[in-house]
Design a protein around this ligand. Structure first.
Ligand code: NAD
Length: 482
């Protein structure tokens, strides 16, 4: 049975769609009107899902098959996801506020993860290690077993696929905890996965309270690995719970990423990057370009261009194709506004924005830009997670690097210059998991992504990520008679 009742959505446990006694209301961020409900997974649902995943992992149905079978499952899942792009995009647009096109891109990207890691599922090869006469030695990669994956609301479908695809490719069973605020698109994703006919218990989807079932699951011995994507405080809580069982974790946390802009920048190229870097998805991107660090000689010119850009963006709901869509919740909007207020109290100059859209029920903030920002201000240190850009001046390269590296985060960074030597020098010095040169968000699912410092550790995406989902085992053999 598939979860096709579009007013009330269910959890997917041990191969079945399951209801619960309690439910969550899901709101459209553009209107704050309800668009439906989803079963709120109880502790007992979480225990059932984990037991099902454990049974599946222990049965070795996923790991003992010839890997070519997993390739077929993965490619079938990719095809099924592509078949649900339209329906999924409308659901995701309504619950998340993003544009329909951006929502479609999420499903297409989700399919791409299954294609990409499907292509690796039969190439997880160990090595043989020469030990001289009398010995044979080789390594092999065992799946972890049960992977617990906790997903945030900003890109729920693609982030879910980002961890689920390599986990399945490597032969793990998975329990996914979806975010309370935007869980429905992930149900569509799981409908696609269900159609691929995986063994029961291989994938389980639970929408429940993070504090209740998220914490419960993270503390269980039956979980062999945790992949957490979300905020720093939640990540720290999960790490403490995981420590009890020494459960390995991949932590994809927040950011306060800086683009460093030198005087020889191509300003048109920079503006295209600012548009995407901080206003795409209403700035609710972990790797958003939230700080622009600009050489003083072009500071005023850049501030003026960014102001024009921000004021030229249309603000409205995702289904009418607006440039800037709402933030996820009234609570989030309130928090962003409080940070903007504090920025002004600390002396930052509001260039544009900072206000909500009048006569409107949704969570809209006008595109917001601050100038005269000092690196130590709260608005330049803490993640806003909204369409808010701060612009900080610098005088020389050393100072620029110190400002860019001067937060507790280190997810991505950018350099904008025509001088390749300078770009390479900066790329080495920037303390972050990824550096963009002359285009924010250059790259793709093929390149490793992850942070340093409070942005977390471990890598997602690319070939490297697959190795987070396996353990190396060495087999050392004494060969008689050699
Ligand atoms: P969040 O930490 O509030 O929630 C993330 C998930 O954790 C949700 O599913 C939530 O239910 C669950 N959760 C909450 N408390 C929990 C607990 N005690 N135990 C277990 N699970 C718990 O984050 P959010 O508001 O959903 O997402 C925004 C944050 O995520 C931002 O900080 C953003 O930078 C970060 N993020 C990082 C990446 C990345 O790849 N590095 C990607 C997207 C978002």
């Amino acid at each position: 049975m598939t979860n096709m009742n579009r007013k009330h959505w269910l959890n997917f446990i041990d191969g079945k769609w399951c209801d619960s006694e309690e439910r969550f209301e899901v709101l459209n961020p553009a209107t704050n009107q309800s668009i439906g409900t989803i079963a709120k997974a109880s502790m007992s649902d979480a225990a059932t899902a984990l037991a099902a995943a454990r049974r599946c992992a222990d049965s070795r149905q996923l790991s003992a098959v010839r890997p070519a079978e997993r390739v077929k499952w993965m490619h079938r899942i990719a095809q099924e996801i592509l078949g649900l792009v339209q329906v999924g995009a409308h659901v995701l647009c309504a619950e998340n506020g993003k544009t329909v096109d951006e929502a479609k891109d999420e499903f297409v990207e989700a399919a791409r993860y299954f294609e990409y890691y499907g292509g690796m599922a039969d190439k997880i090869e160990g090595v043989s290690i020469p030990l001289g006469n009398g010995y044979m030695d080789f390594t092999m990669y065992d799946p972890m077993g049960v992977s617990l994956q906790i997903v945030p609301w900003n890109f729920p479908v693609s982030i879910c696929a980002r961890a689920l695809a390599p986990a399945l490719a490597a032969g793990n069973a998975v329990v996914v905890k979806s975010p309370e605020l935007s869980p429905l698109g992930m149900c569509v994703l799981f409908e696609a996965i269900e159609r691929a006919g995986l063994p029961n218990g291989a994938v389980n989807l639970l929408c429940g309270s993070g504090r209740e079932i998220g914490s419960y699951l993270a503390a269980q011995k039956a979980v062999d690995q945790i992949v957490f994507t979300g905020s720093v405080p939640t990540g720290q809580t999960i790490l403490k719970l995981a420590a009890e069982n020494a459960t390995p974790c991949v932590m994809e946390l927040g950011g306060k990423s800086a683009a460093v802009v030198f005087p020889d920048v191509d300003l048109d190229q920079l503006m295209a990057s600012v548009r995407m870097g901080i206003f795409f998805n209403a700035g609710q991107v972990c790797s958003a370009m939230s700080r622009l660090v600009v050489h003083r000689s072009i500071y005023d010119a850049v501030v003026s261009r960014v102001k024009d850009l921000a004021q030229g963006l249309s603000v409205g709901s995702g289904d009418d194709g607006s440039d800037l869509t709402p933030v996820i919740s009234a609570r989030q909007l309130d928090q962003i506004q409080r940070m903007c207020q504090r920025a002004q109290e600390e002396g930052a100059v509001l260039v544009t924005g900072g206000e909500t859209v009048s006569n409107c029920q949704g969570n809209f903030l006008l595109p917001t830009v601050f100038s005269n920002v000092r690196p130590e201000m709260n608005i330049a240190q803490e993640e806003v997670f909204g369409p808010v850009l701060v612009i900080i001046p610098f005088d020389d390269e050393t100072e620029a690097m110190a400002i860019a590296n001067g937060t507790d985060f280190g997810l991505v960074a950018g350099v904008f210059t025509q001088d390749l030597n300078k770009a390479m020098r900066c790329a080495r010095l920037l303390r972050s998991g990824q550096v963009f040169v002359n285009e924010w968000y250059a790259g793709g699912i093929e390149v490793p992504f992850g942070g340093v410092g409070l942005s977390g550790y471990g890598r997602e995406r690319g070939q490297e990520a697959l190795y987070s989902y396996v353990r190396t085992k060495n087999v050392a053999i004494r060969v008689a008679g050699e």
